[in-house]
Design a protein around this ligand. Sequence first.
Ligand code: HEM
Ligand code: HEM
Length: 144
Amino acid sequence: MVLIHPVIQSAALLLMLYVFWLGLQRFASRHLGVKRVFHWKTHVLFGQVVTLVMMGGALGGLFITRLTWKDYLITGHHGVYGLTLSAVLAGSLITGLIMDGRKKKRSVLPLIHAALGLSAVLMGLYQLRTGIWVLNNYTHYQLF
Ligand code: HEM
Ligand code: HEM
């Protein structure tokens, strides 16, 4: 039971790296003057999947922590930053939906969206690190 959340979130993190890679192609052609194809529909579809799965996964983590240890937010950085990451993801989703809904040439919003996306990737990697720490210290699963 305790492993469901780590497995789902690690898969979501991998998919997020792919979504970020797709976004970087757009960034390169818009801001760095390099010719790159941007797979718009794939980015939008997987972007939404990643965001919703990861935010749902954070709720799942809270729920399983409550079930297993009878309390919320007891894992220190992992729990608190996990909720902060969910807020960053909501920002990335909202800016993404605006840009996808009304397509036009924009300068500021894509940059805000890119900054939120980069933050989400870095925070996601940090979640992986602190999540492994939680597994090693709170459960009988020992990773690395
Ligand atoms: C965590 C997930 C996501 C990451 C890491 C991410 C990252 C990026 C990056 C780096 C760019 C390039 C921005 C630029 O050119 O300055 C971009 C563009 C874009 N993203 Fe995302 N994104 C994510 C989720 C989403 C979602 C959920 C949507 C839509 C619902 C979306 C829609 C778009 C669109 C439409 C563009 C092109 C904007 C334009 O150039 O006009 N993204 N994304
Ligand atoms: C990447 C996005 C992730 C988010 C947003 C996230 C969020 C959360 C949250 C909010 C909790 C509840 C903590 C508490 O109430 O103190 C939690 C629990 C937990 N997380 Fe994560 N987490 C993520 C990834 C991971 C990863 C990659 C791992 C391990 C490799 C992991 C391992 C755990 C463990 C072991 C728990 C305790 C409950 C359980 O096992 O389901 N998490 N997480």
